[in-house]
Design a protein around this ligand. Structure first.
Ligand code: AMP
Length: 292
């Protein structure tokens, strides 16, 4: 049974569990503090700190893992990302005190002190711009560093920006954009042994399942009865994946049923336009999985 490393707490943990549950791989732990759990009887979950997941996967303690792209890049381990899971969206950003006069990267002189929990990414970022800095490693709460004189600027994760704002800091530049990824060790997908190939196939099936859930979240299934005379315009409103399915209604004639997959973001407009074309009995449902 393959072992998947998942974050044990923090922002990524709940969304990772939800994703497996939605893919039909229910997380079944023996207790709240259990470090392992069954994933639908198909996989074993290993709950560890998000920061440690790149190491666990690279060292082969887990066959695959889910963690933030920021942590994967900072670890610099030989890992291959197989899927962008689209949650845990944030950016690693450079920020300075609002009253510091630092408004852009050009205002940062070489030798400045940078407090960060991402020393490798921060160092590389400034070096690539010909501006070597002094890294002050911290494991959290970097926001306080410029106020207590241990650093001039920080490199930290930003989501909404409210933590920076309440701490009197201004975002100056983006180092990296991040979301949660499913990663494997670099050699996993090119293994040649029978075992290795079987493992790669199982991981491919898992990736396809998780991606089908993510794809489905952005879509809705729309059903409606529309006047036959309006079909051409209905096709414009409801393009679907390969065009809407059109079904004759028994003892009908004037109306046909159309079924199609539509974008969730524009579903409000789609329904309004269908209604304007004389559609009746409009039904919109969520989709659990949508395979490519
Ligand atoms: P915000 O106030 O929404 O900009 O969030 C910033 C705070 O949340 C900082 O302390 C970050 O370290 C943390 N944070 C934001 N997004 C993430 C993420 N995707 N993963 C881990 N920590 C995050």
């Amino acid at each position: 049974m393959l072992r998947i490393a998942l974050p044990n707490k923090g922002r990524l943990s709940e969304e990772a569990r939800d994703l497996f549950n939605d893919a039909g791989l229910e997380v079944r732990a023996r207790g709240d503090r259990a470090l392992t759990a069954s994933l639908g009887g198909e996989f074993e979950a290993l709950f560890v700190r998000a920061q440690d997941i790149p190491e666990f996967v690279a060292d082969g303690a887990a066959d695959a893992g889910i963690t933030g792209w920021d942590l994967i890049c900072e670890s610099s381990r030989a890992l291959t990302p197989l899927a962008d899971l689209e949650f845990g969206r944030c950016r690693l950003a450079v920020a300075a005190r609002e009253e510091s006069g630092v408004a852009s990267l050009e205002d940062i002189p070489a030798g400045l002190r940078v407090a960060t929990a991402f020393p490798r990414l921060a160092q590389e970022f400034f070096e690539a711009r010909g501006c070597p800095v002094e890294i002050v490693p911290v494991s959290g709460a970097a926001e306080i560093a410029p106020h207590i004189g241990i650093a001039d600027v920080i490199v930290d994760l930003v989501s909404t920006g409210s933590t920076l704002r309440v701490n009197g800091l201004r975002e100056v530049a983006t180092v990296l954009e991040s979301t949660a990824r499913l990663v494997v060790a670099r050699e996993t997908m090119t293994a040649t042994s029978a075992d290795g190939r079987a493992r790669a196939r199982t991981i491919e099936e898992l990736v396809a399942a998780l991606q089908s859930v993510i794809r489905a979240r952005g879509k809705r299934y729309v059903m409606a009865n529309v006047p036959r005379t309006a079909l051409d315009e209905v096709k414009r409103v409801l393009p679907g994946l390969t065009g809407p399915t059109v079904i004759d209604i028994l003892n009908g004639g004037s109306h046909v049923a159309v079924h199609a997959v539509a974008d969730a973001r524009s579903i409000y407009r789609t329904v309004a336009e269908l209604k304007a074309l004389g559609a009746e009995g409009i039904l919109v449902t969520r989709i659990e999985r949508l395979m490519a």
